[in-house]
Design a protein around this ligand. Structure first.
Ligand SMILES: Nc1nc2c(ncn2[C@@H]2O[C@H](COP(=O)(O)OP(=O)(O)OP(=O)(O)O)[C@@H](O)[C@H]2O)c(=O)[nH]1
Ligand SMILES: [Mg+2]
Length: 237
């Protein structure tokens, strides 16, 4: 936080910023992420999804608010984190240091400049060839193309885990996924709701630190099936 006379001056251009990070055994990555967090961030929430390593201790050491979500799931973790966030704007990223914390200021600038309500940080084009395998690139391309066709809007990276959005739009979204499909669901909801302005810009993406948890085939097919259900399934009230 910035050293200032009035506490309100720590906010970024009059908006307060909360960063939410879901973590499942990310002791290595979270240290790198939090040590690079910009000073102007007002609140950092790390959602520990039942880690058995030192993720929580490391995060607390950097002054983050650590909450625990005992039921496994990426979406589940985000929903828990969002429920206690207080910032005007929420920024998300993984705890594995694959998304760049130092892009947050640039993303916020773009978010304000574009007058967006939801800004998606696209990992494409991937500049570091080690960051994403050909198989992952292909899977991402298929899923993003499917989402673009089904929801009539070109989205370059439907699976990106880095977003900037106004916290107030959450109450207009129907977020049902508890798993990895949460990432595409939040974008679909942003696209679907009238009055939510969706924008997308590129960031640098790097290879993750720590152990891989994603199961590309299982999660890929699940996310594709989720897209179809979300598009053609009955909308529950
Ligand atoms: N896979 C998974 N990740 C979780 C879960 N709960 C929290 N997370 C965190 O959610 C973030 C995204 O998960 P990753 O495993 O990095 O998924 P990914 O980015 O699609 O895959 P990688 O390319 O391997 O980084 C990470 O910070 C995880 O620690 C969970 O139940 N499953
Ligand atoms: Mg990751």
């Amino acid at each position: 936080m910035e050293d200032s006379a009035a506490p309100s001056e720590s906010v970024y251009k009059s908006i307060s910023v909360t960063v939410v990070i879901p973590c499942l055994n990310e002791e290595q990555g979270i240290e790198q992420v939090l040590s690079r967090m910009p000073e102007f961030v007002d609140e950092i929430i790390v959602v520990d999804n039942g880690s058995t390593d030192r993720t929580s201790e490391v995060a607390r050491g950097f002054g983050a608010t650590v909450i625990r979500e005992d039921v496994r799931g990426y979406g589940r973790s985000y929903k828990k984190g969002f429920s206690i966030a207080r910032g005007d704007v929420i920024v998300t990223l993984d705890g594995d240091h694959s998304y760049p914390p130092d892009a947050i200021s640039y993303l916020l600038e773009a978010f304000l400049h574009l007058e967006a309500d939801f800004l998606n940080a696209s990992r494409f084009p991937v500049r570091d060839s080690r960051a994403m395998s050909l198989k992952h690139k292909f899977g991402n391309l298929v899923l993003s193309a499917a989402m673009s066709v089904l929801f009539f809007r070109w989205v370059r990276d439907s699976q990106s885990g880095m977003w900037v959005f106004r916290r107030s739009i959450l109450e207009r979204m129907r977020l049902e996924s508890d798993g990895m499909a949460f990432s595409e669901e939040i974008k679909i909801e942003a696209l679907r709701q009238a009055g939510i302005r969706f924008e997308e810009i590129s960031i640098m993406y790097s290879s993750r630190l720590g152990e891989i948890k994603l199961n590309p085939w299982r999660d890929g097919f699940h996310n594709l099936a989720f897209l179809l259900r979300k598009r053609f399934g009955r909308r529950r009230r």
